[in-house]
Design a protein around this ligand. Structure first.
Ligand code: NOJ
Length: 563
């Protein structure tokens, strides 16, 4: 994670009021992904088609028209590959097959075909740092024994202590407990240990073994050949570990922060070679048909200079900008973080990839709530209107457009997140943002399934957040998103480009895009004067003449002169 204090770099000397457009980009270089709005589909919770209470690919396909009407440019699908689902698909047992829970390869092909017809890009999630302990390679490693080629594809090591009874080093896993698990050898005796930076069900692959890189290149080609438009890369700063696996001076840092901060376990220089080779695979496909593929990385690294390395022109196209996931509802904080992101990413030639929500985070309608919980919904909407006006690309997480809040009262017995089961604590657990989408009706399963017992139970209050209601209510969050997405596509000021901050009273954030588009957000608790007097083109809530109420964002397009 890039901490604001760590930011700086060559562009830091620029006038802080003016954020430049990337110098190396001309209009003819523009690619679809540079300012795309991608909708994240958490497949398990989107739409069930076969009545098992779990979402699936035919369900996603059936709902594509909904997403087209919403107006997004494409979708990112969470992993749907064969998996024992100990981390809901981020533990892949077969990278080339669809889990029967989610459908079949034929279902995938049909989904691709419909995405094409509707002009929606399709981004898949790829998980290269670790696989499932049920992957054929890991099973083979267990039976092949120490020193074998099969074990060399993972990180197996002898334990420390007189009998090897202690882990090889002191690293901790991000989801709790030691980062090492000891196995029993084929004869039943205690044997070697293997490394897993998440859970024991997710053994880390050894990327210094050539078979690993070769395998993933084939996996990329497999899905590109079937029509994927790109990949969201899980833990893109992972893959390589310090070759000697030394002890860490702060072994609990990853577990404490739930972030990839152990400098011995993450962000090793060799990882860039992998992204170069994946980029060249994508370029090969682009050369064939002139159509860009996208690599967008979940690359959490300690400094902006480090993140910029992932975005060099021959590496990843984009990396998620995660700072707003942890930002407090505070104008000065937002302004600083946004300015830093634009400055640092402009220097790479990529575009900022704004994210407010995803399947790992507390939803904004809950996260941004002040002492009055009802403020959260308005603030979440204002924040969305804000990021949709910023230069670059944006991701929308399913349900954001329905104003869904985090479900915070799921009983312990239904929780599935390995974080809960490994730590015994609810801190950082992710089930609450993964509850199935309410589509229609007055009671669970709200059109998500024919099975009332959905994999996570839906709360009664979802009745007032259904798609059916949102679509028929012109004042709903859904209509606001839809309108904002349409405007974004048609207004020349939006999408890629530069941003100029406007002086405002404390608590209000405002900036100008291109000629005449002003976006302002009131982060305060009192109504503020709107920076201009005209009627907003769009606003996240009612704006009585000349005012910007608390927790409200608006866009104006008018001659704003020297504001
Ligand atoms: C990041 C994913 O977003 C998260 O859901 C997953 O648990 C970890 N990576 C491990 O793959």
């Amino acid at each position: 994670m890039i901490t604001p204090a760590a930011r700086g770099g060559p562009a830091a000397a620029l006038d802080p009021g003016l954020i430049p457009a990337p110098a190396t980009i001309t209009r003819t270089d523009r690619r679809w992904w540079r300012d795309a709005v991608i909708y994240q589909v958490y497949v398990r919770s989107f739409q069930d088609s076969d009545g098992d209470g779990i979402g699936d690919l035919p369900g996603v396909r059936a709902r594509l028209p909904y997403l087209k009407r919403l107006g997004v440019d494409g979708i990112w699908l969470s992993p749907f590959y064969v998996s024992p689902h100990r981390d809901h698909g981020y533990d892949v047992a077969d990278y080339r097959a669809v889990d029967p829970l989610y459908g079949s390869l034929d279902d995938f092909d049909r989904l691709v075909a419909d995405c094409r017809l509707l002009g929606l890009k399709l981004i898949l999630d790829i998980v290269p740092n670790h696989c499932s302990s049920e992957h054929r390679w890991f099973r083979a490693a267990l039976s092949a024994g120490p020193g074998s080629h099969e074990r060399a594809r993972f990180h197996f090591a002898e334990g420390s202590g007189a009998q090897g009874e202690l882990p090889p080093n002191n690293w901790r896993a991000m989801f709790g407990g030691p980062a090492w698990t000891r196995i029993r050898e084929a004869d039943g005796s205690w044997g070697q240990w293997y490394l897993h930076l998440f859970t024991p069900d997710q053994p880390d692959l050894n990327w210094r073994h050539p078979a690993v890189a070769a395998e993933f290149e084939e996996v990329l080609r497999f899905w590109l050949d079937r029509g994927a438009d790109g990949f969201r890369i899980d833990v893109a700063a992972g893959l390589f570990k310090h070759p000697e696996l030394p002890d860490s001076i702060d072994p609990e840092a990853d577990e404490r922060t739930r972030d990839s901060v152990n400098p011995l376990a993450w962000n090793q220089p060799e990882v860039h070679e992998v992204w170069r080779s994946w980029r060249s695979v994508c370029e090969e496909y682009t050369a064939r048909d002139g159509h860009d593929r996208l690599l967008v990385g979940e690359a959490s690294v300690p400094t902006p200079a480090e993140q910029a390395k992932y975005l060099r022109p021959d590496e990843l196209h984009q990396a998620f900008f995660f700072h707003l996931l942890h930002a407090p509802w505070d104008a000065a904080h937002f302004r600083r973080v946004i300015g830093e992101a634009l400055r640092d990413i402009a220097a790479t030639g990529s575009t900022v990839t704004w994210v407010l929500n995803n399947h790992d985070q507390v939803r904004t309608a809950t996260r941004f709530a002040g002492p009055d919980p009802s403020s959260g919904a308005a603030r979440a909407l204002a924040a969305s209107l804000l990021i949709l006006a910023l230069p670059g690309a944006a991701y929308v997480y399913q349900g954001e457009e329905l104003g869904l809040t985090e479900v915070t009262d799921l009983p312990d017995e239904v929780l599935t997140d390995p974080i809960f089961h490994r730590t015994g604590s609810r801190t950082g657990i992710r089930d609450g943002c993964r509850v199935p989408i309410p589509w229609s009706g007055q009671e669970a399963p709200f059109g998500f399934s024919t099975q009332p017992a959905t994999w996570l139970p839906q709360p009664e209050y979802f009745a007032s957040h259904t798609v059916e209601r949102a679509v028929t209510d012109p004042g709903s969050a859904w209509h606001l998103y839809r309108e904002a997405l349409q405007l974004r596509r048609t207004l020349p000021q939006l999408g890629e480009g530069a941003l100029r901050w406007v002086d405002t009273p404390p608590g209000v954030l405002a900036f100008v895009r291109g000629e005449g588009l002003l976006c302002a957000v009131n982060f305060g608790d009192e109504p503020a004067l709107a920076p201009v007097t005209g009627v907003p083109l769009i606003a996240s809530g009612p704006c009585p003449a000349g005012t910007l109420p608390p927790g409200t964002a608006a866009w104006w397009v008018q001659d704003i002169g020297a504001l």
